[in-house]
Write a protein that binds this ligand. Structure first.
Ligand code: AP5
Length: 211
């Protein structure tokens, strides 16, 4: 099987990062994630790109989208170096979806469907291990090792206020992207509200069918 080209879509907290980690292990593809790329470059100077703010940080900490020109350049460069991939966090609006169409073809666009109440619960309880990047949840998936538990951190944008704004931005900008891929005939909906291993069974089978 050729290496699959996978898009993973879903609201903040839908489980894109959790499922992407399993996909890269199973299918040996690159993980291209605009959120992680931007978090590693939060303070880069983007003032020469005619943007409202001078760094990604100001957009991200308010739950707003970073300007398309910045994100498109990140994805374009990453795709040039990838054979198969799982693209996570992009596209987030119709302009980005049209840009992506000029960059690559896709085998499947997976949409993880989760209710808003559950999304808020997941994001406000999410914790990250700064040493490994592993994702945990205080209730659903706490670490077993007390040393790991001790060093866990909460993401700057996982406060309740910013989470609500991120969900508003998702509804306004990214929901139309889901319809776009439905019209393109590559969208596959997955019930993201199940336990992570059950979501994974569906995700894996869907990719195997599509690739
Ligand atoms: P980004 O990093 O992409 O964040 P996001 O889309 O808001 O998604 P998250 O990473 O918050 O959630 P996730 O779906 O990966 O969930 P996870 O697996 O961690 O973007 C951050 C910011 O960057 C944006 O706000 C924007 O400013 C900027 N940005 C990024 N891309 C951009 C773009 N293209 N254009 C412009 N700006 C851009 O899971 C969440 C929690 O739930 C975890 O604790 C996990 O343990 C738990 N969990 C996961 N699955 C389950 C399950 N099945 N059951 C129970 N718990 C679960």
């Amino acid at each position: 099987m050729a290496q699959p080209r996978i898009l993973i879509l879903g609201a903040p907290g839908a489980g894109k990062g959790t499922q992407s980690a399993k996909i890269i292990e199973e299918f040996d593809v690159d993980h291209i994630t605009t959120g992680d790329a931007l978090r590693s470059n939060k303070d880069m100077d983007i003032s020469d790109m005619d943007t409202e703010y001078d760094t990604p940080r100001e957009y991200m900490d308010q739950g707003e989208l970073v300007p398309d020109a910045v994100v498109n350049a990140i994805v374009d460069e990453a795709l040039n170096q990838a054979d198969g991939f799982v693209l996570d966090g992009y596209p987030r609006n119709l302009e980005q979806a049209e840009e992506l169409q000029d960059m690559t073809d896709l085998d499947v666009a997976l949409y993880l469907d989760v209710s808003e109440e559950e999304l808020i619960h997941r994001l406000t309880g999410r914790r990250m291990d700064p040493e490994t990047g592993d994702i945990y949840h205080v209730e659903y998936n706490p670490p077993e090792d007390p040393e790991v538990e001790e060093r866990l951190e909460q993401r700057d944008d996982d406060t309740e206020e910013t989470v609500k704004e991120r969900l508003r931005v998702f509804r306004e900008n990214t929901e139309p992207v889901i319809e776009y891929y439905e019209d393109e005939g590559v969208l596959e909906r997955v019930d993201g509200e199940q336990a992570p291993d059950e979501v994974w069974e569906e995700v894996k089978a869907t990719i195997e069918d599509a690739a």
